[in-house]
Structure formats: structure tokens, C-alpha cells
Design a protein around this ligand. Structure first.
Ligand code: PAF
Length: 282
């Protein structure tokens, strides 16, 4: 498998591949790959000639230094996992901070039309400017035709679609369904930091979202929010950071129920590990 640490070498290889029907897929990741990432890569492989997987823990999207310092880094295992999918049609880009950002890290400020002020944006200051900056930068390096993102980070997916609209970069954004552990826990690189007991208990997050979906058919959203808060406040392992029901298209919190699509979003601390999840409600 070809593994590049230099954007110049990666670009040189890609520019040699241009046959008429050539299509380049891209899966940006921060590594610690799991079945969720592999499913994105498989979708990308099915739709493109070649797929670039970037593995880069982007410092500018972390508001919490502890979260950055403890973010799992498993490059050797990540490459081995990707090799089980394909050795010849996947390229890995695992750059240094300098290769991506140059000698001085600059974070671009974006106006995402309000998407950035909800949920993750509210609780992680500057997070989406960091995400927008790195994804734009990676798109400019890789120049993919299509890029693949998981719906676990549904807000991030909307932000990236908006960034592409603002910057007019010629890339199609493909959202892919959430992959889950057998107990329903959404797959995440951060799950590797949970103890067995925490992993087992974290099934409550998706179980709660499933009940929310059921309750949403008949109950008031304020009653549902109260119920979710109570579920978590009674639990010794969890601390609920937010629960929010929002319109899917613009993430505006629900007020009066309208004829539109809604989603429920949740962020929970299990010890110092922060987990997020979401579910379509209608
Ligand atoms: O979702 C992630 O893993 C990251 O936010 C991304 C998109 C790779 C940007 O660093």
C-alpha cells in the first residue's frame, strides 16, 4: 500500500492517474480506524477508481487539550486494516502538521449560516472553524471527485456541505449511515478509551434515542427533553452535556412541530470520554 507523508508526493502520484473515466474518492479521518471508517472506505471504493484515506489528528479542531493529547493514534494498525480492503486502490495520506499547515498554523473563520452555533459548535468553541479549515485544506491537496463522511457527526456533515457551497470546491459530499456496535453504541475512535463496563453501559445512549423516536410520535418535545435529562441524571457513569431535537436541514431547535424532518442529537461524557450520537425522528 502506498503511504504518503508529503502532499507533493501524493499529488504527483494522483496527477499521473488521469484516465478519461478516472474518479477519485476521499475519506478524511483522524485515524484509530474502526468498522465505521471501513464502511466509508468500502462505499468510496465501490464508487471510484482510487480512494485516498487521510489519517491526521487535526489540532485546530480540539478545544480541549486533554482530548487532543489522549486521542488514540494507531497508524500501523490503521494501515493493516486498510490493506484488508485493498492494497492497490487505496492511498494513505498521513502527513505531519507542517506538511498540512506549513510553518505557522492558521485557522480560517467561516460563516456557516448558523449551523456552527448549535450543539457541538456551542460546546466546543472554534471546533467547526478547525474542521472547515482542515477539510478545505485536504480537499485542495487531494482534489477528490467525491468525499465520504459518517452521519454520526451529522452536524459536521452539514457544515462540510455548507463549506463546499461557500468555497465552490468541485467535490460531491456523500453522507453515510452510522455504524453501530452490536449493543447499539455508535462506532467511534473514542470508544477504545472506554472500559468494558463503560462500553456496555453506553448502550443506554442509543436505547434512549430509540425511545425518543417512539415518544416523538405523541409527546411534546419539552417532555421528551425532560425525560432524557432524568434518564441520565439517575445514572452513575454518565454526564449529559446536551440533548436537542432540531430540524434536520438547518439544525434549528424545534419550537412548534412543523411538516419537516427532525433529528435528535445527544452528547454524553462517560468519565472523561465524550460521546455523541443522533437519530432521525421522522
Ligand atoms: O470526523 C473526523 O474524523 C474529523 O473531524 C475530520 C473530518 C477527519 C477532520 O479532521
Amino acid at each position: 500500500m502506498r503511504v504518503y507523508t508529503s502532499k507533493a508526493e501524493l499529488s504527483a502520484f494522483i496527477s499521473k492517474q488521469s484516465t478519461p473515466s478516472f474518479s477519485l474518492g476521499f475519506v478524511p479521518t483522524m485515524g484509530a480506524l474502526h468498522t465505521g471508517h471501513l464502511s466509508l472506505v468500502n462505499t468510496a471504493l465501490a464508487e471510484n477508481t482510487l480512494v485516498v484515506v487521510s489519517i491526521f489528528v487535526n489540532p485546530t479542531q480540539f478545544d480541549n487539550p486533554n482530548d487532543l493529547n489522549t486521542y488514540p493514534q494507531t497508524l500501523t494498525e490503521d494501515i493493516q486494516l486498510l490493506e484488508t480492503l485493498s492494497k492497490s486502490t487505496i492511498l494513505v495520506y498521513a502527513p505531519t502538521i507542517e506538511d498540512v499547515y506549513g510553518s505557522k498554523i492558521k485557522v480560517e473563520h467561516f460563516d456557516f449560516g448558523g449551523l456552527e452555533s448549535q450543539m457541538e459548535g456551542k460546546f466546543r468553541k472554534g471546533h467547526f472553524d478547525g474542521v472547515g479549515t482542515i477539510v478545505k485544506c485536504l480537499f485542495e491537496i487531494v482534489k477528490p471527485n467525491k468525499a465520504y463522511f459518517g452521519e454520526k457527526d451529522f452536524q459536521q456533515l452539514q457544515i462540510i456541505k455548507k463549506m463546499v457551497q461557500i468555497t465552490q470546491l468541485p467535490v460531491t459530499i456523500v453522507g453515510c449511515p452510522i455504524e453501530r456496535e452490536p449493543n447499539g453504541l455508535a462506532m467511534s475512535s473514542r470508544n477504545s478509551r472506554l472500559s468494558d463496563e463503560e462500553k456496555k453501559s453506553a448502550a443506554l445512549i442509543y436505547k434512549t434515542l430509540q425511545s425518543v423516536k417512539e415518544k416523538f410520535k405523541s409527546k411534546k418535545h419539552s417532555d421528551i427533553s425532560y425525560w432524557v435529562t432524568t434518564e441520565f441524571s439517575n445514572h452513575p457513569l454518565f454526564e449529559l452535556e446536551y440533548f436537542q431535537i432540531s430540524e434536520s436541514k438547518n439544525l434549528v431547535p424545534i419550537q412548534q412541530k412543523k411538516q419537516t424532518k427532525y433529528r435528535a442529537f445527544i452528547a454524553v461524557f462517560v468519565g472523561d470520554v465524550r460521546l455523541i450520537d443522533n437519530i432521525a425522528l421522522n
